[in-house]
Design a binder for this molecule. Structure first.
Ligand code: FES
Length: 179
């Protein structure tokens, strides 16, 4: 209970603490602060968790894409082929396409290399006379089996699975690991 001490001074600190209205107001402000803190944490945390989880949840589907009849490819030749990306967006247009270097190894066997360099993704070129893949960006060089011959690529050219079905050569789209 507050009282005047006879010298015109107000209530002491301890007495102010005991004022029920003041205590209730402080409790309300305290709860509002906690509530706002939680809301702020959720507002920041949900997008961050989504950012981390989204790539895992939206892994592009792997699909077999037909790239032509088997007769269109000569044994021993390495040619560039294009096909629809793993998950092209409806409005992607030509950017929804990707490419690979396809080599017919035998009557029934094919091998397909990523056209994107394993360093930073530049398109590599096949040099048939040298039997090498060359990257024009930083001088990366790969042997004909895709293994690194020189330069900064950290690993071999990734390969796509290839199969022959009903006389057609098919490539399975997969996300390509770069870098
Ligand atoms: S992107 Fe090919 S060597 Fe750097």
């Amino acid at each position: 209970m507050s009282h005047d001490d006879g010298e015109g001074r107000g209530p002491k600190d301890g007495e102010a603490e005991a004022d029920p209205n003041l205590v209730a107001r402080r409790q309300l402000l305290g709860r509002m602060s906690v509530g706002l803190g939680v809301a702020g944490g959720v507002a920041l945390g949900v997008p961050m968790v989504g950012f981390v989880v989204a790539p895992l949840a939206s892994t592009p589907p792997e699909e077999w894409r037909s790239i032509g009849g088997i007769g269109a490819f000569k044994i021993g030749e390495t040619v560039a082929v294009t096909f629809a990306d793993a998950s092209p967006l409806p409005w992607a247009g030509v950017t929804g396409k990707t490419a690979a270097w396809l080599r017919r190894v035998s009557e029934t066997e094919f091998v397909a290399f990523s056209i994107n360099c394993a360093h930073l993704g530049c398109p590599v070129r096949w040099l048939p006379d040298a039997h090498l893949f060359m990257c024009p960006c930083h001088g990366g060089v790969y042997y004909q089996d895709g293994s690194v011959a020189a330069g900064p690529p950290p690993h071999a050219l990734p390969q796509y699975p290839v199969r022959v079905r009903d006389g057609n050569v098919e490539i399975r789209t997969t996300p390509i690991p770069i870098g």
